[in-house]
Design a binder for this molecule. Structure first.
Ligand SMILES: Nc1nc2c(ncn2[C@@H]2O[C@H](COP(=O)(O)OP(=O)(O)OP(=O)(O)O)[C@@H](O)[C@H]2O)c(=O)[nH]1
Ligand SMILES: [Zn+2]
Length: 198
């Protein structure tokens, strides 16, 4: 698996997606030959490959690419990491924020790498629960920390623009490991991010 900073669009994938989206546009009763839609299958193909680029990225490798030895045993919190993902049931976006903390055990990682890990797992077809635990597991595996905590709050377009049409519901998911399984540490973390969980 590669850790790609540059987007690489596979020509074969683009062509296959283009054909599929041209069919979809026709199937909903539109004219794919009209001016505004001519390039649309290709645009969607690129957007879809962009939004699913996480399949080709390795979160543990990203965390390891900026792993530094450091004797710190305090909680490190990165909060308000915005995320955009797609629910695997409807392929409609869900979006919101991730709040992540870990307690090092000899190693820290670059702060931006934590945010990159959110993107790696967000840019796939997901459910919010799995996204939450995949982020936790990657940090656990790469850094072997004393604890990891992940909280995600998100709005799901499949619940807003269709289906039950609830415009204001926010789903919160969490996963805790190690020290964060204990009440005082978990509570300290939840207090630190509380301003965002209103
Ligand atoms: N647990 C979980 N469920 C999700 C997530 N994203 C969407 N869903 C739900 O997936 C479910 C799919 O249910 P179905 O009954 O098969 O699909 P549906 O008929 O389109 O359901 P409605 O959305 O209720 O109209 C829905 O309840 C969605 O709200 C997610 O991240 N986690
Ligand atoms: Zn959905």
């Amino acid at each position: 698996m590669l850790y790609e900073k540059k987007i690489y669009y596979d020509e074969e994938a683009i062509n296959s997606l283009k054909e599929s989206y041209a069919n979809i546009i026709g199937s909903i009763g539109e004219d794919v030959q009209r001016e505004g839609l001519l390039k649309t299958p290709e645009r969607i193909a690129k957007a879809m490959l962009y939004n699913t680029q996480g399949y080709n990225q390795d979160a543990v490798a990203i965390l390891n690419s900026a792993k530094f030895h450091e004797n710190i045993s305090e909680m490190i919190v990165v909060k308000d990491i915005e995320l955009y993902s797609m629910c695997e049931h409807h392929m409609l976006p869900f979006f919101g924020k991730a709040h992540i903390a870990y307690i090092p055990n000899g190693y820290i990682t670059g702060l931006s790498k934590i945010a990159r890990v959110v993107d790696v797992f967000s840019r796939r077809l997901q459910v919010q629960e799995r996204l939450t635990t995949q982020i936790l597991d990657a940090i656990k595996e790469a850094l072997n920390p004393l604890g990891v905590a992940v909280v995600i709050e998100a709005k799901h377009l499949c619940m807003m623009m269709r289906g039950v049409q609830k415009q204001n519901s926010v789903t919160t998911t969490s996963a805790f490991f190690g020290e964060f399984e204990k009440y005082p540490t978990r509570n300290e973390f939840l207090k630190l991010i509380a301003a965002d969980l209103d």
